[in-house]
Design a protein around this ligand. Sequence first.
Ligand code: M1P
Length: 249
Amino acid sequence: MPSAKKIMCLFDVDGTLTKPRIAIEDDFYNFLLNKVKPLCTLGLVGGSDFKKIAEQMKGEDVVNKFEYVFAENGLVQFKQGKEIGRQSIQNFLGEEALQTFINFVLKYLSTIKLPVKRGNFVEFRSGMLNISPVGRSCSQEEREAFLKYDNEHNIRKTMIESLKKEFPDMGVTYSIGGQISFDVFPSGWDKTFCLRHLENEGFDEIHFFGDKTDQGGNDYEIFNDKRVIGHKVVDPSDTKKQLQNIFKL
Ligand code: M1P
């Protein structure tokens, strides 16, 4: 695609640039910065909070390497190294509703039995809640075991159904973006949220690359948004292959 067009490449992180919750491989990182960056503007939009994205993308300097970094689906935004805004789920829901919801989650989790349970079941982020039945402090091995168990027993899907039934009017969306948890955020605060920070930036084309593009996945809405050209990938090596094809590298 070598052209005079102003092109933006916007990448999901887990499963697209890195293995889930693992750091990006050096080769791929160097390929992005040395081969792709000279040809287009680079951006990230991850479901995780900024701390986790930075861990996976070689540290907090990620905001200087990628012109746009959108954490928590774009609810926390950085442009050219500076934070330019953030949303607050606390303000959106209010303390009363938030606590009623968290109390229900904790009560629900106390009734389910899993092969193992660890700690950090509710992670309170700026623009979303992240809920993990096994607990975010599980080991890598326990993480993989939970994913397998969840694929067989639908722990997360069943819990989401209960939450939807209990809170039909709360105006939130539930999204399974990773292996051990699901995200809860106000409806509309999915990854398309970040596009409002890009649509007036003069790009001729915004290419989005993501792996969770099927309905219910956290790339689904942005992948299908008319403002982007969506590329479905299966893993980081596929992302690299697709970039090589697009840019004739
Ligand atoms: O980026 C995708 C997801 O990554 C993590 O999911 P998990 O720990 O379940 O694999 C979380 O940070 C989640 O919020 C995020 O959507």
